[in-house]
Design a protein around this ligand. Structure first.
Ligand code: NAI
Length: 340
C-alpha cells in the first residue's frame, strides 16, 4: 500500500486517547480518519484532537468510507467480538491485549482470521517493542547469555486511591489475565514460543477488598515450568509503594540480564538526613510510551507491506491460555498441568 493507512480508533478511555495521539501525530504512513466511543465527552475529545469523523459505536465506524484498519482500545470483554466484526468487514485490526478472556473466543477469532489471510491482525503486547526487552531478546538470540533457565518478572501498578482498578476489574479478566499476561507473552517470546507444562499460583486482595465482588486479587505470584526446563516466576500487583514497575531478571548459562529495574520519573536522586529520595514512575505510560509508539509503527508498516502481523494471534491465544491456567491454579489451590 503506498497511500497512508486510514485508521479508525474505537475506545478513547485511559489508553485509547494515548493511542489516538500517537496515530494523529507520530506514526508515519498512518492517518487517523475516524474515532468511536459511546461516551459523549470522549467524542468531544476526539473532535478537539482533530479527528474528522466521530461515531458512537463500532458498526457506524466500520461504515466509514475508505477505512483500511480498526484500532480497538475497548474493554477486554468486547475484544473477541469486535475483532471478528472488523475482520468480517474487511479491515486490518489492531486490538489491545488480551485477545479474549478464554481460549474458545481466541479460537473463534483465529478461525475468522485464517479465512482472511490478506488482513493483518495484531494484539497489543507492546512490551516486545520496549528497547530494554528487545535488547534482552537480541542478546539471547545471539547466544550471548547461553541457555536461559531462570526468568523472574515483576509487574507492579502504583496503589490507586481513586478505585479505578476496582471499577475496571469486572471486565478485565482479573489480575493474571489483565496484567500478568504481558509478562507471560514476554516469557514465551524470549523463549521462542516454548511450551508451558505446569502452572501454580497464589494471591491476596488485602489492599482492595472490593475486588472480592468479582473474585479478583490485587497481588499475585505464579510460576510456570516450560517443557525445555526453564522456570519462570511472575510477581504481579496493583499495590506498589514505589510507583510503576515492569522488570525482568533473566539468567542463562553464560550470563544474565536485568531489564527495567530502578527507573525513576526524573533522572535525579535527592540525598538528605542519611536518606535518598527518587520519584517512581506514575503509570505504565511513563514506562512504555516509546514501546507504544514502536508497536503502532510496526502495525502500520506491516499493513503497508502486506503482512505478516508482527505478533500472531496464536501467540495471543497461548498467552490467554497460560493466564487462564494461572487463574485456575489460584482458584483451585492446585498445580495445573497443561496439555501439549
Ligand atoms: P477504559 O475503561 O479507560 O476505556 C475503555 C473505552 O472503551 C472507553 O473509551 C469506553 O467509552 C469505550 N467503550 C466501552 N464500551 C464500548 C463499546 N461497546 N463500544 C465501543 N467503545 C466502548 O479502559 P482502558 O484502561 O483504556 O483499557 C482499554 C483496553 O486497553 C483494555 O482491554 C485493557 O486491557 C487495555 N490496556 C492495555 C494496556 C497495555 O499496557 N497495553 C494498559 C491499559 C489498558
Amino acid at each position: 500500500m503506498s497511500s497512508p493507512v486510514r485508521i479508525g480508533i474505537v475506545g478513547l478511555g485511559r489508553l485509547g486517547k494515548r493511542h489516538a495521539e500517537n496515530l494523529l501525530q507520530r506514526v508515519p504512513g498512518a492517518t487517523l480518519v475516524a474515532a468511536a466511543s459511546p461516551v459523549a465527552a470522549e467524542r468531544d475529545w476526539a473532535r478537539t484532537a482533530g479527528v474528522a469523523a466521530v461515531y458512537e459505536d463500532l458498526p457506524a465506524l466500520l461504515a466509514h468510507p475508505g477505512l483500511d484498519a480498526v484500532w480497538l482500545v475497548t474493554p477486554t470483554s468486547l475484544h473477541a467480538g469486535q475483532v471478528v466484526a472488523a475482520l468480517e468487514a474487511g479491515k486490518h485490526v489492531f486490538c489491545e491485549k488480551p485477545l479474549a478472556l478464554d481460549v474458545a473466543d481466541c479460537d473463534r477469532v483465529i478461525e475468522v482470521a485464517h479465512r482472511r489471510p490478506g488482513q493483518v491482525a495484531m494484539i497489543g503486547f507492546m512490551r516486545r517493542f520496549d528497547p530494554g526487552f528487545a535488547e534482552a531478546k537480541r542478546l539471547l538470540d545471539a547466544g550471548e547469555l547461553g541457555t536461559p533457565f531462570r526468568l523472574h518478572f515483576d509487574a507492579h501498578d502504583p496503589i490507586d486511591p481513586d478505585g479505578f482498578f476496582v471499577r475496571f476489574a469486572p471486565t478485565s479478566g482479573g489480575l493474571f489475565l489483565d496484567c500478568c499476561i504481558h509478562d507471560v507473552d514476554l516469557a514465551r517470546w524470549l523463549l521462542d514460543g516454548a511450551r508451558a507444562r505446569r502452572v501454580s499460583a497464589s494471591g491476596t486482595r488485602l489492599m482492595y477488598p472490593g475486588l472480592a465482588d468479582c473474585n479478583d486479587i490485587d497481588t499475585g505470584v505464579a510460576t510456570v515450568e516450560f517443557s525445555n526446563g526453564v522456570v519462570a516466576s511472575f510477581h504481579v500487583s496493583r499495590t506498589s509503594h514505589r510507583g510503576y514497575e515492569a522488570a525482568l531478571d533473566l539468567t542463562g548459562t553464560r550470563g544474565a540480564v536485568s531489564v527495567g529495574r530502578g527507573i525513576t520519573a526524573l533522572p535525579l536522586v535527592r540525598e538528605a538526613g542519611n536518606a535518598r529520595h527518587a520519584s517512581g514512575l506514575p503509570d505504565f505510560f511513563a514506562r512504555f510510551s516509546e514501546a507504544f509508539l514502536h508497536e503502532a509503527r510496526a502495525f502500520v508498516d506491516a499493513v503497508r507491506a502486506g503482512g505478516p502481523s508482527p505478533l500472531s494471534l496464536e501467540d495471543a491465544r497461548e498467552a490467554t491460555r497460560l493466564a487462564v491456567a494461572m487463574r485456575g491454579a489460584l482458584a483451585s489451590g492446585t498445580t495445573v498441568t497443561l496439555a501439549d
